[in-house]
Write a protein that binds this ligand. Structure first.
Ligand code: 3PG
Length: 205
């Protein structure tokens, strides 16, 4: 699978922070039950690598990836734990090259035309627009489509159930990402039915 195909797996990609390792597998199951396939487990908590390992083993229907990748070394550790794709909030040639060597789909984060072009030069024509709402949202994506129609985006940052549709309607958006599918209180309260319902609604977008 390449990065463009990754974006076509489902219209939403949850951006997940696992605080309590005991919630990892149930949370992944709840999301998959709602129709989500790709899960971005971010390296923003100590439990992240263990969560990637556990979910990869226990929920084979999920396509587990690693997010918030800030170095080639982090990417390597996550792949060793079972990550099958990588996402970064920014673009560095070093990480993009490391990802290419491993062969896994990789989405670098970009916020400008220049960054999008630099990432495309490294072979990344599927990218994460981040932080999407803050840097211009749908207006920016429409503007980028003119000169860069071959680049496709997964916008994240400020996306929610109310504005996701306006992004998904754009020709250069294949999926959207965000944390709205995994509200902290619902995860801590183990409200798996509620999370499955959020995932279901998002997948119907
Ligand atoms: C990300 O890393 O993609 C963002 O932190 C997700 O942004 P959100 O919390 O606004 O959805």
């Amino acid at each position: 699978m390449n990065a463009r195909e990754l974006l076509e797996q489902s219209p939403v990609m949850p951006v997940i922070v696992i605080q309590d390792i005991d919630t990892a597998v149930d949370l992944a199951r709840a999301l998959v039950d709602g129709g989500v396939r790709s899960l971005e487990i971010t390296l923003r908590s100590d439990a992240a690598l263990e969560a990637i390992r556990l979910i990869s083993q226990a929920v084979p229907e999920a396509l587990v990836g690693v997010g918030t990748v800030r170095s080639a070394r982090q990417l390597e550790s996550a792949i060793n734990a079972g990550a099958r794709f990588g996402v970064s909030p920014g673009f560095t040639p070093d990480i993009a090259r490391a990802a290419r060597q491993t062969g896994i789909p990789f989405l670098p984060g970009v916020a400008t035309a220049t960054e999008a072009m630099l990432a495309a030069d490294e072979g990344c024509t599927a990218q994460k627009l981040f932080p999407a709402q803050a840097v211009g949202g749908t207006a920016l994506l429409k503007a980028l489509y003119g000169p860069l129609p071959d680049i496709v985006f997964c916008p994240t940052g400020g996306i929610n159930a109310a504005n996701a549709r306006s992004y998904l309607d754009l020709p250069n958006v294949k999926c959207v990402g965000g944390s709205w599918l995994t509200p902290e209180a619902a995860v801590a309260g183990r409200q798996w039915g509620a999370i499955t319902e959020l995932a279901r609604q998002a997948c119907a977008l």
